[in-house]
Design a protein around this ligand. Structure first.
Ligand code: SF4
Ligand code: SF4
Length: 370
């Protein structure tokens, strides 16, 4: 496929700014304007993002305000929103309506993994979307992916019509045996599929480093800590776009400043990143990206990502504060403690990071006492 854009920074619309629990539309408009004014044009959404409000914000902040050739828009087909082939086209047409466009530049089979791939194949999702492509409603077909490199290869062999692959790719997951960022990247390269990077800062983990790790990067005096993570991903030649889920104008201005004229990381910067990676490895933190997919699955109302964040904080800080905050994260009705986990495993089925959530909750209940 032709070059996506002449700049490698894309706007991920899953962590937009919130005000009174709703998307802050005025700030989002300012972010979109700044992004486009500075020559960026790639936007990524999905039906489920931000409690299904992201696509609507796309219409209000982007597509109603800019001509169609000013932006590239990616949307996705998510397994939870169709139970038969017949439901796919109406769902897709509704996405066009909700985002206010006549076609998507890129349409992805969302979060392909061994958990849901058979749902897509059984319901002929690939064939249906290929038909939509023939009708001009999709310009390029691809997948977003969360599984092993072997499984990615299997999908690419079975579906040569895939033009592009969206991968979780960041300096912490590069050799992570579960995420397999680099191994998946290599498979994409082997099959000549350009890569779009998601989670370059791993949720917000690589944008909010603790002081010891941040110091290593700040001593380089060459940008924010997040800038090294974004530039790390963009430094790989087959990476055509790096998505950043920007949450305020300040973050966007920062990202745009170093991605306007992108410079790959140099040897000294890579060495500093290796030191940070080693520090992470020594701490054995839980690799949760705070995507929140698990929360609605839990009948015990356990706020899994918040408990994981507190646990990680306790490993990093080793002071009383995470223990103090623990009670404020759980619900008031006696549910929500790590110890209230029923071990049903529903959360693990939807976790794109394939975390052993039940085991971690056991560790947390031991550490926090309930
Ligand atoms: S395994 Fe535990 S945390 Fe996960 S959904 Fe079941 S009760 Fe909730
Ligand atoms: S689904 Fe997994 S990665 Fe996402 S918030 Fe839950 S535990 Fe974290």
């Amino acid at each position: 496929m032709e070059n996506l854009s002449n700049k490698k920074l894309g706007f991920g619309l899953m962590r937009l700014p919130l005000k009174d629990n709703k998307i802050d539309i005025e700030q989002t408009k300012k972010m979109v304007d700044y992004f486009i004014d500075h020559g960026f044009n790639y936007f990524d959404t999905a039906y489920g993002y931000l409690n299904t409000k992201s696509e609507l914000a796309v219409k209000e902040c982007l597509t109603y305000r800019y001509p169609r050739d000013k932006y590239i828009l990616t949307d996705k087909l998510t397994s939870t929103y169709f139970s038969s082939q017949e439901e796919i086209i109406p769902f897709f047409m509704n996405q066009l309506k909700r985002t206010g466009v006549d076609y998507f530049d890129i349409y992805l089979m969302h979060a392909q993994s061994q958990n849901n791939y058979s749902h897509f194949t059984k319901n002929k999702a690939y064939e249906t979307c290929l038909e939509l492509k023939k009708q001009g409603k999709i310009k390029h077909l691809g997948i977003s992916f969360h599984d092993t490199s072997e499984f990615l290869e299997k999908i690419l062999i079975e579906h040569p019509e895939i033009e592009i692959v969206q991968l979780q790719f960041n300096y912490l997951d590069i050799d992570n045996p579960v995420v397999q960022s680099k191994a998946c990247y290599d498979v994409c390269k082997k099959y000549s599929k350009p890569v779009i990077v998601m989670e370059p800062v791993k949720g917000e983990i690589l944008a909010n480093l603790d002081p010891d790790k941040a110091k290593i990067l700040n001593d380089l005096d060459n940008g924010s800590v997040a800038s090294y993570a974004i530039r790390f991903a963009a430094s790989f030649d087959n990476v055509k776009m790096v998505l950043s889920g920007m949450s305020n104008l300040e973050q966007l201005i920062d990202n745009a400043s170093y991605m306007d004229n992108f410079i790959p990381l140099n040897e000294i910067e890579l060495e500093a990143i290796n030191k940070v990676v080693q520090m992470f490895k020594n701490q054995h933190l839980i690799a949760c990206t705070n995507c929140k997919y698990c929360i609605s699955e839990c009948v015990q109302e356990i706020n899994i990502p918040s408990l994981f964040a507190l646990y990680n904080q306790s490993l990093i800080r080793r002071d009383w504060n995470p223990y103090f905050l623990y009670n404020s994260v759980v619900t008031k009705n006696g549910k929500g403690y790590a110890s209230s986990c029923l071990k049903c495993g529903r959360c693990e089925k939807v976790c794109p990071q394939h975390l052993k959530i039940r085991d971690y909750l056991k560790d947390i209940s031991k550490a926090f006492g309930k």
